[in-house]
Every structure is written in C-alpha cells, then in structure tokens.
Design a protein around this ligand. Structure first.
Ligand SMILES: [Mg+2]
Ligand SMILES: [Zn+2]
Length: 283
C-alpha cells in the first residue's frame, strides 16, 4: 500500500489556467459569463454558460478541442508520472467538473495515474449539451462549511480520505496536498502535522495562509510553497523521496523523471556502473 497520498487541485495547479475561463473565452462567451457572475455563484454561472453555448450552436467537439489546448507544463506531467511510478496514490479534488478534467487527463495520457477524481459531476446528452451538477446537492441539504462554496467542501473530502486511510490501519500514511485557490484553504486546515501542504506562491491559498495576524499558525502541516511546475516537480519529488526513504521501501536513486527511468533502470544491475552516492533527486 502506498505510503503517500498526493491530492491535487486541478485549475492553476495541474493545468496552468482556469478551465471554465479557457472554454468560455475560446467559445466567445466571455461577456455573458462576466454578466452572469454579477448575480450568480461561479459554479452556477459556469454551468449556465454550457447551456448558453449549446443554445448558440457551439458543439461539444469545440469544447473538447479547447480543453486539449489547456496549458499543462512538461514538468507537471513528469511530476505526476514519477510520483505514480514511485507508488504514490494520486487523487484530484477539484471544483471544475468531470468532463473537463477527464478530457484533459486523457489527452495527456495521465488519467490512469489517478485512483480517484472528486469533482462536480457532468454528462453530455445525446444533443451534445454538457450539464454540470454540484458535487453537494445544496438545494436539498447544505454541507455546513462556512469557508467553502455551496457545491463543494474540499475539507470534507480530505476528512473522508483520511478516515478511510485510518480505517485501513494505514496510520503511517502521509498526505501531500497541492493547490492554489481559496477553496483549498478548508482542506489545508484538515491536514495533520505529518502531512505536507504545497500552496502555489502568490496565489489565493498562499495569500490566505500568510495574511492576517495568525499567519501560518493555523496550518498544522509542513508548508512547502512552489511557483511553477518545475519547482513543484522538484519539491514534490523531494518530499516523496523523504517519505519513501523513511519507509525504507525504495532508494532515492529511483527518483528520476519518468522519461529517464527505463534507461536508468537498465543500468542499475551493473555494479561497475553503480549510481553515485548522491541521491538523484532534483534539488
Ligand atoms: Mg485551483
Ligand atoms: Zn469546507
């Protein structure tokens, strides 16, 4: 069983943009979206935009093509593939929607790296209209968290992931949470001293943590900030390497970018060509 669970936010974390804005801008709906946001929550407006775009004759294929153009840095792909290859369990907890996330992950052949994607459900009907529903059906029952938007409390998801890990008597499992937005603050508060929080520097989560009088005191987890995908790759793989080596299940020389692994592994059996003592962890 994997010693480390890595939970990623999606927008501005795995992809380097907001997927709702990407699709709406690409399909010419920016002005209407901005108008809707004056009187609606973000998620309600985004869901309504999909209905409006369909009425305007925009096809699901155009949405798919737009999503495939979402910026997803090479270092992010390498970080995900390497973390997966090292035996980490990877999950996504996102306020986007399932169609957007699956489309992008499939395009980059990353979907099999994730054991679970927790987000707003969505489906495409026979007419090609994309319908997005809230994760929590707040029309019938609110989730009761004052920090999160009504459709999704990511903190509740983290508590569920943690309690199922504990139920499986995996008390040594460590959680690494990677995110950027305000919606990532509630789950950050649920992390324990053993966990790591990776807020994106100068983004809303980071600002929330470091603003105000309490600063980072309310966060129990170790905090490791990152600026871009290259830094995320370095920091995340270092943290995973620490978990792995303290667990004694694998040595740090395995911590190579995924693309390098086959060649490197082929070299390992030769004692004449042993890797140097220094761990091959990007610093
Ligand atoms: Mg985000
Ligand atoms: Zn919450």
């Amino acid at each position: 069983m994997a010693a480390t669970i890595v939970v990623f936010d999606f927008d501005y974390t795995i992809i380097d943009c907001d997927s709702d804005n990407l699709v709406v801008d690409d399909l010419g709906g920016t002005a209407l979206f901005n108008e809707l946001l004056k009187s609606m929550s973000w998620n309600s407006a985004a869901a309504k935009m999909m209905r409006e775009l369909h009425l305007q004759g925009r096809s699901i294929d155009e949405i798919t093509q737009s999503l495939r153009r979402a910026p997803l840095p090479r270092s992010m792909i390498a970080a995900i593939k390497t973390a997966y290859a090292l035996g980490c369990e990877l999950k996504i907890v996102s306020d986007a929607n399932m169609f957007f996330i699956e489309t992008i992950l499939k395009h980059h052949e990353l979907i099999d790296c994730f054991s679970e994607i927790i987000t707003n459900p969505s489906y495409v009907d026979e007419e090609g209209k994309l319908t997005i529903s809230p994760y929590h059906d707040f029309a019938t029952r609110t989730h009761g968290c004052g920090l999160c938007p009504p459709n999704l409390c990511k903190g509740m998801i983290i508590e569920r992931i943690r309690s199922s890990a504990l139920a499986a008597e995996e008390k040594k499992r460590r959680l690494i949470y990677v995110g950027d937005g305000k919606g990532d603050y509630c789950p950050s508060l649920k992390l324990s001293e053993r966990d790591c929080l990776m807020p994106r520097k100068h983004f809303p989560l980071w600002e929330l943590i470091y603003s105000g009088s309490t600063k980072a005191l309310v966060i129990k987890a170790e905090i490791h900030e990152w600026t871009d995908a290259e830094e995320l790759e370095r920091v995340l793989l270092r943290l995973i390497g620490e978990s792995v080596s303290s667990d004694g299940r694998c040595d740090a020389s395995r911590l190579l970018p995924a693309d390098c692994k086959p060649r490197r592994n082929n070299m390992l059996p030769s004692s004449h060509d042993a890797p140097s003592e220094a761990p091959a962890v990007p610093s």
